[in-house]
Design a protein around this ligand. Structure first.
Ligand SMILES: Cc1cc2nc3c(=O)[nH]c(=O)nc-3n(C[C@H](O)[C@H](O)[C@H](O)COP(=O)(O)O)c2cc1C
Ligand code: SF4
Length: 448
């Protein structure tokens, strides 16, 4: 039976154990402090023994395409070369680091961020097809602003080449693998999902054709970056509130089929994730972040982002409605991961609501009748709450239910990021618990 402490191979790279830090926005930008910010954010997890660190989404182009303020861009070779300081620090602790590549497409700040749009009036959004009517309606009533540029066939190939170029720079900078943001409502998912993709060239028209973008990105990465491990998130879509206006477009069966085809194309691992087609809480299930919305110090910045107090209140209301549909559910991608794992022989990485060591052992367990759900387990928000969480989860003596994270999935860390605020835990009682654990030496590694 595989345990959390066992090594695993992804492509040609051995990861020292099966715990990973799932990608989380670092909001590090590209300024003079960017590399230090990334080191501060990511090194503690490596120091605590986490086998694989997945850096949050980075944008393959120099203009447009950021889903949130402060996202790091990886178009500039000089900047990416400087990231070798980060990869060296992660390697010093024996861990591996993958970089996530992304472009927001229709889910970019130039659609929703009022202040950003004013500052960049000429920006269009890259679109797979004309936005669906539900999004055009939101544009008409002033919630979003679309000025889409539908990619020509040649432009789709150019975009895929930019993923390849970014991957090559990343490998030169010491990254051990490339991760694609395939299930975050960004451009990869926009190619996969019939909600967005109504193209009639080789990139649309059938499930197989909708996968062509990922096939071309694979080929570009292989040609430019060699045999580097290549991983992508794989979506299965939920209906988005208010369903049935936005219905499910990719079922679990569709997601499983996408994963099977990705293995055939040459992907080295997959991360099955249930998501929706719009920007909601489907990928960050948990509570309505009351404290974050009521944070007095952030009201002006929220208004700048959403375009005034009325729209801020409407977005908060939509967030409250979403929290009813997407209440926290332990390991909510477990079933999807298990069904994918039954169909593929590449590693399956599971994330989403995994909160305790006992649960991790169960997901990895191959001793029973059921197929294990996954080959690696990942956590995201719990690393905001406890940056050195690995030390508490790894190499622990079996003891009752085993350690559990202190993160309460309250989502107070998520909303402030629309203002460019850093990704940190913002819930005082959780931070207090972390302080107590720190004082008790819980984050010291027993093997050091
Ligand atoms: C603030 C925040 C930022 C995130 N940024 C990314 C990202 O850049 N790329 C990505 O693939 N997923 C991103 N995610 C999703 C996480 O990787 C993860 O799938 C999700 O948070 C569920 O895991 P958890 O319950 O352990 O937090 C983000 C999640 C949060 C809360
Ligand atoms: S604010 Fe803290 S406790 Fe709440 S979800 Fe974020 S990391 Fe977890």
């Amino acid at each position: 039976m595989a345990t959390l402490e066992d090594p695993i191979k992804i492509g040609g790279v051995t990861v020292p154990n099966r715990l990973y830090r799932a990608p989380l926005l670092e909001c590090a930008g590209n300024g003079p402090d960017a590399v230090d910010t990334l080191i501060d954010d990511l090194e503690p997890a490596a120091e605590s023994g986490v086998g694989l660190i997945c850096q949050g989404a980075t944008i393959v182009r120099g203009e447009g395409g950021c889903a949130a303020p402060g996202m790091t861009r990886v178009h500039d070779p000089d900047f990416v070369a400087r990231l070798s300081r980060l990869t060296d620090r992660i390697h010093d602790h024996g861990s591996r680091i993958f970089i996530q590549l992304e472009h927001g497409g229709l889910r970019s700040m130039e659609t929703w961020h009022a202040e950003y749009r004013t500052e960049h009036p000429g920006l269009e959004q890259l679109a797979v097809s004309e936005p669906p009517w539900q999004l055009r309606l939101l544009d008409r009533i002033g919630f979003l602003e679309y000025d889409p540029h539908v990619l020509s066939t040649a432009e789709v190939y150019d975009l895929a080449a930019d993923f390849g170029r970014a991957a090559a720079r990343a490998v030169d900078a010491g990254y051990d693998g490339i991760h694609l943001a395939g299930a975050n409502m960004g451009i990869v998912q926009q190619f996969l999902s019939p909600f967005y993709n109504r193209r009639d060239d080789e990139f649309g028209g059938s499930p197989e054709a909708r996968l062509t973008f990922l096939a071309v990105v694979h080929d570009e990465i292989r040609e430019r970056a060699g045999d580097v491990p290549l991983v992508t998130k794989v979506p299965a879509e939920t209906p988005a509130p208010p369903a049935p206006i936005v219905r499910r477009n990719l079922s679990l069966a569709d997601g499983i089929e996408i994963a099977r085809r990705l293995e055939r194309i040459g992907y080295d691992a997959v991360v099955p994730v249930q998501t929706s087609v719009t920007w909601d809480m489907s990928i960050v299930r948990g509570a309505y972040p009351e404290r974050a919305w009521e944070n007095g110090a952030l009201q002006d910045a929220y208004d700048a982002a959403f375009g005034g107090a009325t729209r801020r209140r409407l977005v908060a209301l939509a967030n409250r409605v979403q929290s009813l549909q997407y209440d926290f559910e332990p390991a909510w991608n477990e079933e999807f991961c298990r069904r994918v794992r039954e169909q593929v022989s590449i590693p399956v990485l599971a994330e989403g609501g995994i909160r305790g060591r006992e649960e991790m052992d169960r997901l990895l367990d191959s001793s029973g009748n059921e197929t294990p759900a996954c080959d690696m387990v990942g956590l995201a928000r719990p690393f905001y709450a406890e940056p050195r969480l690995g030390a508490r989860l790894l190499e622990v003596e079996p003891d009752g239910d085993g350690p559990r994270v202190v993160c309460e999935s309250c989502n107070n860390c998520t909303v402030p990021q629309v203002t460019g605020a850093p990704g940190i835990c913002r819930t005082p009682n959780v931070l207090q618990k972390r302080g107590e654990l720190e004082r008790a030496g819980a984050y010291e590694r027993s093997d050091r």
